[in-house]
Design a protein around this ligand. Structure first.
Ligand SMILES: [Zn+2]
Length: 113
């Protein structure tokens, strides 16, 4: 099966590489479908997953990185209680930028399912 046709995703001001890896694992050895690293500016996706599942994994990693870029993750890590409205306020501008800056990602979503 072919991997998703995407090499980079821009999230806020940062461009992350997207790589497809066979038998992707956490450092603990646990198998995972995807992972992201803000230090390596990298999103990794399991190459043996179906492309439609790869797209879901990619969106999952993008949302996590949106949380990082928007400052939401820091609030969660410091155990702040957030309302849905506050979470949305963190993510709305970042989502706008992700949608605007990633026509490749948009066309993957619009492509045959
Ligand atoms: Zn995750």
């Amino acid at each position: 099966m072919k991997n998703l046709d995407i090499k980079h995703v821009k999230i806020g001001p940062f461009t992350y590489d997207v790589k497809f890896v066979k038998d992707l694992k956490k450092p603990t050895g646990e198998k995972v479908g995807g992972s992201n690293s803000t230090k390596k500016m990298l999103i990794q996706i399991e190459s043996q997953a179906h492309p439609r599942f790869q797209l879901r994994i990619l969106l999952h990693e993008v949302i996590e990185l949106m949380g990082y870029v928007s400052g939401l993750k820091r609030k969660i890590l410091t155990k702040q209680k957030l309302s849905m409205h506050e979470i949305a306020s963190h993510l709305d501008v970042t989502l706008y930028q992700v949608l605007k800056d990633n026509p490749d990602l948009i066309s993957l979503i619009g492509g045959e399912g």
